[in-house]
Design a binder for this molecule. Structure first.
Ligand SMILES: [Zn+2]
Length: 416
């Protein structure tokens, strides 16, 4: 990937990410007892500076990251103990200094983990956003997040073995979770995340498990990032990614940057009311988009007539076979989704809206009704200016986006 691309297409959103994620040395607004988290974020900044600068003195790192000499020194010492960096004496402008070098060297990789309902995907990417390895594995239904992360850890190790890079080449891990995470408390948001994730502390668990810095975000936000980097849409500044799964959420890219709002809990269109007095929703309201149009809502609607439809795969297979009743269920749900996207587009006027999630294989069976619902609720000028498409990244978007956010502050430094 050329520097021009990084500058024109990615720089603005990388810069915005820096402010969204906070991560200043004082810690900013963060949960109490997060010294480990703070240290990890600072370590991530040092890794990013080393990826960009190559071997550097601690003074170089302090200048680049804005961290104090004492902080740099503490973290570098810890990283050297853990075998992540080497520290050698050097001479800079006639003064003695130490040179810090990433032991992973040019082979540095970031890992991205994306969780589906019944599978997880892991990707490894290089600092220039090349996918160097990936795999997905099936998960038992109702898996516990901690068990999922154990399995992901095994996959990461296996993939690193496969491509022949040492453990210390891993500079960070990004994870997409199925729902909202509050960037201030760093905890999943009750009612806006799959039930099994509600009381799970993803940062705590990951920081205990891995020595490298971690980033955790809503899978829809990460899907949006992946579309911006790997999608076929060229230079796009305003993009909405909507994921239809057992939940429904959007990731927003505005003016070239992910939009994180006050606490990172943005794009929660799953809880827009689409049917007044409709089905009850896990958030406590009724008639939410999620209660009417998620994959589980569609399966539930199909059930009275077709008891054999038990999963998203069943639903898709029957629809593709031409089952009119199932197609109607999907059509009705997709119109609701289109309506909400129309409202959103009227506010944001995006260039591109991408639909992601397991149903994308249905192609026009979901896209046509979404377009109908969308057109009904937008001005023609907005409608005509919007490209509406299903994701071309299959089920890889969330894992790709998760890996990309590990490197994106590094790339911002590259172009600063
Ligand atoms: Zn709701």
């Amino acid at each position: 990937m050329c520097v021009h691309f990084l500058t024109t297409r990615l720089l603005p959103f990388m810069m915005a990410f820096m402010s969204i994620q906070g991560g200043n040395e004082q810690g900013g607004r963060q949960s109490p007892g997060s010294q480990t988290s703070l240290r990890n974020r600072n370590q991530q900044r040092i890794v990013e500076a080393l990826v960009h600068l190559g071997p550097s003195t601690q003074a170089d790192l302090a200048r680049r990251t804005g961290l104090s000499s004492a902080t740099i020194s503490n973290i570098v010492t810890k990283m050297a103990t853990e075998g992540l960096v080497s520290v050698e004496p050097t001479n800079r402008h006639g003064r003695r200094a130490v040179s810090v070098r990433l032991l992973g060297g040019d082979g540095s990789v970031a890992a991205g983990i994306g969780f589906g309902r019944r599978h997880l995907r892991v990707v490894l990417i290089s600092p220039d956003y090349r996918v160097v390895a990936e795999d997905s594995i099936v998960l038992p239904q109702g898996f516990r997040p901690a068990d999922g992360l154990s399995l992901a850890e095994d996959v990461i190790k296996r993939l690193m073995d496969q491509i022949g890079v040492a453990g210390n080449a891993l500079v960070g891990i990004g994870v997409g979770i199925p729902g909202a995470i509050n960037h201030l408390t760093r905890m999943p948001v009750r009612g806006a995340v799959s039930a099994e994730w509600e009381d799970f502390d993803p940062f705590g668990e990951l920081e205990r498990r891995f020595k490298v810095p971690v980033v955790v975000d809503n899978d829809a936000n990460l899907g949006a990032v992946a579309e911006l980097i790997w999608g076929p849409y060229g230079r796009v500044s305003n993009l909405i990614y909507l994921k239809i799964g057992t939940g429904i959420g959007t990731g927003l890219i505005l003016n070239g940057a992910p939009f994180g709002g006050a606490a990172g809990v943005t794009g929660e269109v799953g809880h827009f009311e689409v049917v007044p007095g409709g089905r009850s929703c896990r958030c406590g309201n009724r008639g939410c988009l999620e209660a009417e149009a998620s994959t589980s809502a569609m399966i539930e609607r199909a059930r009275p007539n077709l008891a054999t439809v038990e999963s998203t795969e069943d639903l898709m297979a029957r629809a593709l076979e031409g089952d009119a009743a199932i197609q109607r269920v999907i059509d009705d749900a997709s119109v609701h989704i289109g309506n909400v996207l129309g409202d959103l587009a009227s506010v944001l006027n995006p260039e591109v809206i991408v639909i992601g999630g397991p149903l994308v294989g249905l192609g026009t069976l979901i896209l046509d009704p979404i377009r109908r619902g969308f057109s009904r609720r937008t001005l023609s000028v907005v409608r005509d200016a919007t490209t509406l498409a299903v994701s071309s990244l299959d089920d890889r978007g969330e894992a790709l986006g998760a890996a990309a956010v590990v490197f994106r502050r590094a790339a911002a430094l590259t172009d600063a």
